[in-house]
Design a protein around this ligand. Structure first.
Ligand code: 5GP
Length: 199
């Protein structure tokens, strides 16, 4: 039986190991494509156009917006960010799966869009969303402090934001607690395998 193409949406507060889990998944499953967002902000050092983001001018972003090209979009700190619909549809129609890494607000907009689609639409049929949880807030604080990349104020902001996001974990179809990385990864893979009909 051919497995189903999935539209996988993953969210997690920072420090929950989402990037590591997503990287592991994309390595093991080359048939899962990663949805690259668009942004109007300038590239940071080391960031590549088409890999980290599609870096667009504000004029181009607004043109695309007027064409309803975005599945969802948001303005963050004065810059625009958005997820293009066409590349996701193309990947699903080609039989690939697509993974989208997005925050809780973006995921909620996507869910709303998915529910507006007719039954049978590949985006709706393949949709699954997963929230990655930290074992608890103390451990999340330890991890954020341990990274050594953020100031104490930034850590406090990230923790406050994490609490708000975690409060909305129930909106997702699935939740994976990242206590042990290997176990969390297996759980994520199991969920995907079941959704794809491979198990
Ligand atoms: P950064 O500029 O640090 O890469 O991202 C800033 C913020 O934009 C983050 O909170 C990130 O989640 C959000 N963001 C990145 N891509 C998208 C997107 O495609 N849609 C939405 N709604 N937010 C995004």
């Amino acid at each position: 039986m051919k497995s189903k193409s999935l539209f996988i949406v993953i969210s997690a507060p920072s420090g929950c190991g989402k990037t590591t889990l997503v990287d592991m998944l994309l390595q093991e499953y080359p048939e899962i494509g990663y949805s690259v967002s668009c942004t109007t902000r300038a590239p940071r050092k080391g960031e590549e156009d088409g890999i980290d983001y599609h870096f667009l001018s504000e004029k181009r972003f607004k043109e695309l917006l007027a064409q309803s090209a975005f599945l969802e979009w948001a303005e963050v700190h004065g810059n625009y960010y958005g997820t293009l619909l066409a590349p996701i549809e193309d990947m699903l129609n080609e039989g690939s799966s697509v993974l989208l890494d997005i925050d809780v607000a973006g995921a909620a907009k996507i869910r709303e869009y998915i529910h507006s689609l007719l039954k049978g639409d590949p985006l709706r049929e393949g949709f699954m969303d997963v929230f990655i949880l930290p074992p608890d807030m103390e451990e999340l604080r330890r991890r954020l402090e341990g990274r050594g990349t953020d100031s104490p104020e930034t850590i406090e902001k990230r923790l406050a934001n994490a609490e708000k996001e975690i409060a909305r974990a129930g909106e997702y179809l699935y939740r994976v607690t990242n206590d042990d990385l290997g176990i969390a990864y297996r759980r994520l893979v199991d969920l995907i395998e079941v959704a794809a009909g491979r198990q």
